[in-house]
Write a protein that binds this ligand. Structure first.
Ligand SMILES: NC(=O)c1ccc[n+]([C@@H]2O[C@H](COP(=O)([O-])OP(=O)(O)OC[C@H]3O[C@@H](n4cnc5c(N)ncnc54)[C@H](OP(=O)(O)O)[C@@H]3O)[C@@H](O)[C@H]2O)c1
Length: 300
């Protein structure tokens, strides 16, 4: 049996669906049984648990052939770093006590660095904690910047007629579609051939600047002259708070943006066939961005 944390999320849902379609036994974890129903209809076992609950996770992981482990985002947490530590402690306890042999762990580009990378420090710490588990085979997927992050630009475009954020206009970023992470992780889980502790970077289809993203979105929504502007942190923070983020998370996002802008947080591997994934930004924009953009337009 495979156990998938964050099963209703961007990456977990792709993994659970793929494993189920291959006829594998799958246990999906989430906080709400009703959200897991779709997987149950496809044959999965639903397990309701909070990822901060070590005892519940231990029960969920017991007997697993392999586990997909992740730290879900908690946008409103007043102390995001402390929340991340609680989750990684719970994952560590559960993986150890359940005797999990193989785990694919969602991490990030920049997780090699112990500090100054915002929320990615929590992923560095998760890797470090799991490295201490003797006999555990762990594959850390150090993914690039999720294309899903660009969905936050919908309200910016609607309000200001442009894209805006903390990243430099000319900064090339390894942007990846979450579905590519899910597909890749599912294949690794099916093979379970990794051993020891390994980190692998996944860098998406190509590097993109936000200006290039603006151009792709612009063409797709009929605004071919759409541009991107870098905004200073003092303008970004109120916008992040307005979007529902806590001050704690907003500060971490700004720290990460600084780390990206300066080049401190960057892929360690040169781009290669192994760390390049198939989905281009054009496909993501057509299939995920445009419908959401249109939905918001229709709503108001
Ligand atoms: N954004 C980026 O650029 C980036 C880059 C690299 C790595 N990452 C990592 O990717 C993670 C997000 O991955 P994702 O996009 O696949 O996840 P996601 O779509 O944000 O969702 C994960 C799922 O976790 C569940 N969840 C949330 N809080 C939970 C809790 N306390 N206990 C149990 N389940 C909980 C939610 O399902 P229910 O509501 O059904 O419980 C949610 O659907 C980030 O947290 C970060 O660690 C992100």
């Amino acid at each position: 049996m495979y156990v998938i944390t964050g099963a209703t999320g961007n990456t977990g849902s792709v993994i659970a669906t793929r494993l189920l379609s291959r006829g594998e036994k799958v246990r999906v974890i989430g906080r709400d049984a009703s959200r897991l129903k779709g997987f149950v209809q496809k044959g999965a076992d639903a397990f309701v648990a909070d990822v901060t609950n070590a005892a519940a996770l231990t029960k969920a992981f017991t007997g697993a052939k392999a586990v997909y482990a992740m730290i879900p985002p908690y946008l409103a947490s007043t102390d995001v770093s402390a929340y991340q530590e609680r989750v990684s402690d719970a994952l560590l306890t559960a993986i150890t006590n359940a005797g999990v042999g193989h785990t694919v762990v969602l991490s990030s580009v920049g997780a090699d660095k112990p500090k100054k990378t915002g929320p990615v420090v929590g992923l560095h710490n998760l890797e470090q904690k799991l490295n201490s588990v003797a006999g555990l085979n762990a594959l850390y997927v150090r993914a690039g910047y999720f294309m899903q992050n660009t969905l936050a630009q919908i309200s910016v475009i609607k309000s200001f007629g442009l894209l805006g954020g903390p990243l430099r206009v000319d900064l090339p970023v390894a942007m990846i579609a979450a579905r590519d992470i899910g597909d890749w992780a599912a294949e690794e889980l099916l093979r379970v051939s990794f051993s020891g502790k390994q980190a692998r970077e996944l860098l998406g289809q190509r590097d993109l600047t936000y200006q290039e993203v603006a151009s792709v979105i612009g063409k797709a929504i009929g605004k071919p002259n759409l541009t991107y502007s870098q905004f200073p942190p003092q303008l970004i923070k109120p916008a992040l708070l307005q979007s529902g983020m806590s001050s704690s998370l907003a500060d971490l996002i700004l720290e990460m943006s600084e780390a990206l802008n300066s080049g401190y947080m960057a892929p360690l591997e040169p781009r290669s066939a192994q760390n390049t994934t198939p989905t281009p930004i054009e496909t993501f924009v057509a299939e995920e961005f445009v419908p959401r953009f249109a939905g918001k337009a229709a709503a108001g």
